[in-house]
Each structure stands twice: as structure tokens, then as C-alpha cells.
Design a protein around this ligand. Structure first.
Ligand code: ADP
Ligand code: MG
Length: 436
């Protein structure tokens, strides 16, 4: 077995939310990054992946548990560990060359050596000729290359990439990923292990020797999928397609991204997050699924290709549709339920009525809001009431996101109206009349 480079043992971390309460973001995280491997980490946004990476890089301390780097406790940023972020904060007034040199400069590397090393890193990442350019003169893909050169120039033995390709368009992201893999395979970089956080399942399947799936609330490693394929891999090959399918399966049926999976259903509690699914995307997926060539059953990766929405959104949309009883998920396939077919064929007002009915039945937060409005004599309630409720279980950002989704869905389902300027919720007009 290969030597462990970084080990996390029962690592825990909490942050204080706005109301001063501590919220547990990571609990009992156990993970070892070994010499010679590329590991991909997939998981819902907000599940604590970046926090885990920052702990591994020594940028923030863990609250509990142990973090070892080469068998020794990690106390702070280590020379051998570099991190690449999604949006690499380049200094706009510094040239590419100077941006790449920064880390070396901070470490006191002499001018001449740092110029040489920066040049070498810039060449390695394919930016020769752009040493004197300013960040604003570069495309997004090139800027991200500068970000990577900035990490590589430190000759890290561990590279932690936090959604480093996510902000790029698909082709640019793929090209950059291939270049990184080539550097890795060729041994042109001294890097001994790479951890990539991604929300792109194909990316994980193309790169990793192991795929980890992170669970939310609190974040921890939920599943692990060993990969035995050699690199380079062909994205269209049967093996890679199968791996992608398996990973989708793990990320959907294997565990709800919000709420608990019971059989083929997802059950939510009042204080759970809601999947971030827009109505338009949900309807788009249902229609696509109902039509040719899927006729009610689709392989999620194929549906992802066909619909041109990214994995993260597709998983949220699938969770939402499952939650509402329109579809069920089965080993990476999504299957239209009778209610889903009925929905697709319905007129717009009928759709809204079905949607509202399903919300009341399956989304406790929405039925709670609706119930509150029906009970309240004035028929008006301020959103802060519900936000306060959510703050018991969710952090500030997640609480706001959950309420935003509940409001969007509830308005579409004609369960309540929302006044943006005041944050007040009230029943739709016709329902008020009915009650009276
Ligand atoms: P991911 O990378 O999986 O999207 P993060 O690690 O960025 O997740 O965040 C996990 C949770 O921790 C989120 O709810 C986020 O709001 C919270 N969080 C992250 N960093 C901080 C911080 N410095 N202070 C307070 N809360 C934080
Ligand atoms: Mg993150």
C-alpha cells in the first residue's frame, strides 16, 4: 500500500452563524490521501468540501480530531501543499510573471531563481509568451492557468484543487484537466498526490483513482468508489460510462441531497434544505424525459448531455422531482411516474394545481408556511418568522436559500404570494375570499 501523505482522523469543524450559535460543518471526517493517487471529492455545495480542503492545506485549524502531514501534526500552511481555487484571485495590477512569482517571493526565494522558476511554470502550463500580460488581457481559461502555475511553481507534493475547472466553459475545462493529467503522468511535476473537488461527475471519472462522495449536515465522507481504470481514459468508453453511471447512482439513490431517502422516495423534515431546483428546469427535465428518445426512462448522464444543464443542477432537479413524486430514481436512471406523465400533459393552470398539491404533501416547510397563513387572521406573515425557524437547523446562507426556494415553489403552486419589497407573505387573493 502506498504511503499516506495527509491523514484526517475524526476531524470536526464548526462555524458560528449570524445568531452566534455554533453550527457543525464537518464531523468525524476520516480521509487519507496517499502517495501516488488522484482522489476526486464530490458533494453538494455547502457540504463542507472547501472547509475540508482548507484544513488539509493548514489554512484553518480543525476543532477536533487529528490532521497529519507525513505522519506529523499539521500546524499551519505547509510548504509542500498548494491549493488552487475556483476563481484564482490574481492581482490585477501584476503581470502573469509577477503573479506566479508571489508565493516564491513570500518565501524569500532570491529574485533570479524565482524569475526562472516562474518562467518554467508558465511554460509548463502553456502560457509562454504571456509573461508580461496583465490578468485582464487574458481569457478565463488562461487566468485559471495562471492560478495553476502559481500553485505549481511552489513544486508542491500535494495539490488541492477546489472546483478549479468549474468557472470555465466545458471545452476549456476539459483541456486544462487533460493538461494537468499529462503533467501528472509524465512526471514533469514533483506532485505526489492530487485531491480534486468537483461537481462534475465526468471530471471525477476521467481523473480519479478514487471517488469520494461527501454527505451534508454535517459534512463527512459518505461513500467511496475505487477506480481501477488506467489513464488516459476515453470519455466515450464503456468503462468510463459505467463509472459515471455508478457515481450518479451513489449521488442520488445512495443518499438524498436533502432529506432522507426511504425506498425510492425522499422524505423531508421541516428544517431541511431544499434542492436548488428552478421550476423551469424541473419542467424542462420532465418534458425531455417524457419525450423521444427517452419515453419515460433515462440514464442521468445522457439526460445531462441532452438537457445541457450541469450535474449539480441536474442532481438538484432530480432530487426535487423525486421529492414531489413526479419521478423515481433507480441506479443512475430517472423514471417518470404516472403523476409525472399527467403533469407533462396538463395545461398550465392544471400543472400549477398539481404542483401546489404535491408541495403541501411533501415539503413540510411549504405546508408550514401555508398553514401559518391560513391560521393567521390578517393573512400576512413576514418571511423573517420562517427564516428564524430555519436558523435552528441551517446556517444563514442555507436558511436563506431554503426559504427562497420554498417561496419560489409555493408561488408557482399558487399557495401564497410574496411581496418582494417588504418580505411579506400572504395567501393568494382567491383563497382569502374562499376563507372568508
Ligand atoms: P462546499 O465547499 O462543500 O460548498 P464550504 O466548506 O464552503 O462547502 O461550506 C460549508 C458550510 O460552512 C457552509 O454552510 C458555509 O456557509 C459554512 N462556512 C464556510 N466557511 C465559513 C466561515 N469562514 N464562517 C462561517 N461559516 C462558514
Ligand atoms: Mg466549495
Amino acid at each position: 500500500m502506498n504511503m499516506p501523505i495527509i491523514e484526517l482522523k475524526s476531524v470536526g469543524k464548526s462555524f458560528r452563524s449570524a445568531d452566534g450559535k455554533a453550527r457543525s460543518v464537518l464531523e468525524e471526517v476520516n480521509f487519507t490521501l496517499n502517495d501516488g493517487e488522484i482522489v476526486a471529492l464530490l458533494g453538494k455545495s455547502g457540504s463542507g468540501k472547501s472547509t475540508m480542503l482548507r484544513i488539509m492545506a493548514g489554512l484553518i485549524p480543525a476543532d477536533s480530531g487529528e490532521v497529519l502531514y507525513r505522519q506529523l501534526p499539521l500546524y499551519g500552511p505547509a510548504d509542500g501543499i498548494s491549493m488552487v481555487f475556483q476563481s484564482f484571485a490574481l492581482f490585477p495590477w501584476l503581470t502573469v510573471q509577477k503573479n506566479v512569482e508571489l508565493g516564491l517571493e513570500a518565501k524569500g526565494v532570491p529574485l533570479k531563481e524565482r524569475a526562472q522558476r516562474a518562467e518554467a511554470a508558465i511554460e509548463m502550463i502553456g502560457l509562454s509568451g504571456f509573461e508580461g500580460a496583465l490578468p485582464r488581457e487574458l481569457s478565463g481559461g488562461m487566468r485559471q492557468r495562471v492560478g495553476i502555475a502559481r500553485a505549481l511553481v511552489m513544486e508542491p507534493e500535494v495539490l488541492l484543487m477546489d472546483e478549479a475547472f468549474s468557472a470555465l466553459d466545458v471545452l476549456t475545462g476539459e483541456r486544462l484537466r487533460e493538461d494537468i493529467l499529462e503533467l501528472w503522468e509524465s512526471g514533469k511535476i514533483p506532485t505526489r498526490a492530487i485531491l480534486v473537488v468537483s461537481h462534475n461527475i465526468e471530471e471525477a471519472a476521467m481523473m480519479a483513482d478514487r471517488i469520494l462522495v461527501f454527505a451534508s449536515d454535517p459534512g463527512r465522507v459518505r461513500d467511496e468508489l475505487p477506480v481501477t481504470l488506467s489513464r488516459p481514459r476515453q470519455v466515450e468508453s464503456a468503462e468510463v460510462r459505467e463509472l459515471i453511471d455508478k457515481t450518479y447512482g451513489l449521488m442520488t439513490v445512495g443518499g438524498a441531497r436533502a432529506g432522507r431517502v426511504i425506498g425510492k422516495e425522499i422524505k423531508l423534515q421541516l428544517g431541511d434544505r431544499l434542492p436548488e431546483a428552478e421550476i423551469l428546469s424541473m419542467e424542462g427535465i420532465l418534458e425531455l424525459l417524457a419525450g423521444e428518445p427517452f419515453n419515460g426512462r433515462a440514464d442521468l448522464p445522457m439526460l445531462a448531455d441532452e438537457s445541457e444543464i450541469d450535474d449539480r443542477e441536474l442532481l438538484d432537479v432530480s432530487s426535487a422531482l423525486t421529492l414531489l413524486g413526479f419521478v423515481q430514481l433507480d441506479h443512475g436512471d430517472i423514471i417518470l411516474n404516472p403523476l409525472g406523465s399527467q403533469y407533462v400533459q396538463a395545461s398550465n393552470p392544471e400543472r400549477q394545481a398539481i404542483f401546489g398539491q404535491q408541495l403541501l404533501e411533501h415539503v413540510p416547510l411549504i405546508s408550514y408556511i401555508h398553514h401559518g397563513l391560513v391560521q393567521d387572521p390578517s393573512g400576512d406573515l413576514h418571511e423573517d418568522m420562517f427564516l428564524n425557524l430555519l436558523r435552528f437547523t441551517l446556517g444563514e446562507m442555507d436558511a436563506k436559500a431554503a426559504l427562497r426556494i420554498a417561496i419560489e415553489w409555493g408561488r408557482y403552486g399558487d399557495l401564497f404570494e410574496y411581496i418582494f419589497s417588504t418580505g411579506v407573505l400572504h395567501l393568494p387573493k382567491d383563497e382569502v375570499v374562499e376563507e372568508a
